[in-house]
Structures are given as C-alpha cells and as structure tokens.
Ligand binder design. Structure first.
Ligand code: NAP
Length: 282
C-alpha cells in the first residue's frame, strides 16, 4: 500500500478514519467498533478524533476498538479553542489520553482558531511534546493568514499538519491554501470528504458524474469521491464510516486511479474555485 509521511517520517496510508458522531448511540456501539477494527485490518491507521466529539465518547469508543493494537494506529485528537490556554491545553490532552487509554497521541491539533493567543497554545504543544505525551502537533481550520501568523511564533515551524474541509463540493482551498501548504511541504488532512450530513452525502454520491465514473471503475461512488481527494499527494483524508461495508468500499479509493477524462468530468460537475473565498468550515 502506498504510504505517506504525515509528520516527520511517520509512514501511514493516506486514507484514514474519522470518528465524529461515533460513540454517541449505545445501540450502534458494536457496529462502530467493528468498523474501526475493519479499517485497521485494512491498514487505515490514521484515526481522527477530538475531545469535542460526543464530549469524549468518541475517544472512549476508540479505546475499546484499538485495545491491544495501539502500535498499529496513528491517533489524532484535537483541543477545543476555549481550552487552548497553556495549562488548559495540557489538561485537555491528559483527559484525551485517559479516555483513549494511551500514553501518547501521534498528532494533536488545535481544533480551530478563536480567542486564545496562538503563542500560548504552541507553548503547551511544545511542553506536551517534550513530555512525550504527543509526538507531533498541528492545527485545523487554518487559512493562509492564520498559518502565517502561527509560523511567525516560537514553535510555529513545528506545525506538522493542517486539517481542513475539502471535498468535490468544497474546493475553495485549491485557490491558495493548498499551494501554500505544498510549497512548505505541510501535509493537509481533508475532513468531511463525503459531505458529512446524510443529505449532503446523498447529494454528492448521487451526482451523475460521480455515479458514471464509479460504474466505469466498478467501484462505489464514495470510493470515487475519496480517490478524487487522494489525487493530490500531500493530502490525507479521514472519511467517517460507521459500518464495515462502508469502510471496505472506502478502502478501494487507495487503488483507484482516476483518468484525465474522469478528472475533467468531475471538474465540469464540480468546478474548481475561480477566486479566493473565506475558508469553509463545518
Ligand atoms: P464524511 O466523512 O464526509 O461523511 C460521513 C458520512 O458518510 C456518514 O454518514 C457515513 O455513513 C457516510 N459514508 C461513509 N462511507 C460511505 C460509503 N462508502 N457509502 C455511503 N456513505 C458513506 O463526514 P465527517 O464525519 O464530517 O468528516 C469525516 C471526519 O473528519 C470526521 O468524522 C472527523 O473525524 C473529521 N472532521 C473534522 C472537522 C474539523 O473541524 N477538524 C470537522 C468535521 C469533521 P455511516 O456513518 O453510516 O458509515
């Protein structure tokens, strides 16, 4: 399987697993755990979570799913902006570690930028890294100006990834954020690649161009939408799938090579941005 150095020499598959809205319903628990384990069996090591997801229940469910398999995983979690003070970040990380029943995170992100000054969050990240509680740190929902602000601060050059919204329907980052990250070899993690909400997922996967291309490759529409994100080699994508069937369908994206014709058809159905727009967020 093709792998990618997400941060400082850590090779992982560029397709990972998102976990927003996982762990929120007891009735779905067994199926969700099976889905995450199936993903690990298929080599989808990056598991993306956040203290925000289900108020920690996503992290708790992941702990059960990865029991005995920590070394196979690349665990990503996020601190909420209102916790992102120097001491608050350290405390939030320690809570996440307890819920995940692990002693380190592979990557710890600031979930989005708000009122806390970035320099104190970065100081906390450096402290956590020195203590071995996180291997790498990064940001989420940062546009070019946010990244420039952060990179000017102590520890800013250590930012190892930026996680942002990116899908066929949300291509705004192609205007300047993706090129900016590419020039600096900063990996981008794409979230909500399938549209996120049930209705948006139905709309995206039901689009004629996506369906026709899926048929051409004997793959699912979801695999096409994910393969399109993965066409850019600096991107790791973290779709959320709560069933084994969805995980297996998504895994196919790693082997699906979209042709120039496929890409042209998708550009017609979902045109690239023609100007700078403000960074879209969910
Ligand atoms: P998403 O991955 O775009 O979409 C998830 C939806 O797609 C679920 O309803 C899922 O259904 C469905 N799905 C998955 N595989 C499918 C398949 N093969 N066929 C049909 N439907 C399929 O949305 P997301 O959860 O918003 O984003 C992914 C991850 O990104 C999140 O879970 C989270 O880890 C991260 N995220 C980060 C931020 C941030 O601010 N940093 C924001 C949003 C999301 P089932 O659940 O039934 O499988």
């Amino acid at each position: 399987m093709e792998t990618f150095n997400l941060a400082s020499g850590q090779p992982v598959a560029r397709l990972g697993q998102g976990t927003w809205r996982i762990g929120e319903q007891n009735a779905r628990r067994t199926e969700e755990i099976a889905a995450l384990r199936a993903g690990l069996d298929l080599g989808l090591a990056v598991i993306d979570t956040a203290e925000m997801y289900g108020d920690g229940r996503s992290e708790e469910l992941i702990a059960d799913a990865i029991e005995g398999r920590r070394a196979e995983c690349y665990l990503v979690s996020k601190v909420l902006p209102h916790n992102a003070t120097r001491r608050g970040t350290v405390a939030a990380c320690e809570r996440s570690l307890r819920r995940l029943r692990t002693d380190y995170l592979d990557l710890y992100l600031l979930h989005w930028r708000q009122s806390e000054p970035l320099d104190t969050t970065l100081e906390a990240f450096l402290e956590l890294r020195s203590a071995g509680k996180i291997r790498h740190y990064g940001v989420s929902n940062f546009d070019v100006d946010d990244l420039e602000d952060a990179r000017a601060l102590a520890g800013g050059d250590g930012i190892a990834a930026n996680q942002v919204l990116y899908s066929l329907e949300e291509r705004g980052i192609e205007w300047d954020l993706l090129p900016w990250c590419r020039r600096r070899s900063l990996p981008v993690m794409a979230y909500s690649p399938l549209g996120s909400s049930a209705s948006a997922v139905r709309r995206l996967l039901g689009t004629k161009a996506v369906r026709v291309i899926a048929q051409r490759h004997a793959a699912s529409a979801a695999a096409v939408a994910l393969a399109w994100v993965l066409r850019d080699e600096q991107i790791v994508v973290v779709p959320k799938a709560a069933t084994v069937e969805h995980v297996r369908a998504n895994r196919r994206a790693l082997d699906l090579d979209l042709s120039q014709d496929d890409l042209r058809e998708l550009d017609t159905a979902f045109p690239p941005p023609g100007r700078k727009t403000s960074l879209a967020m969910i």
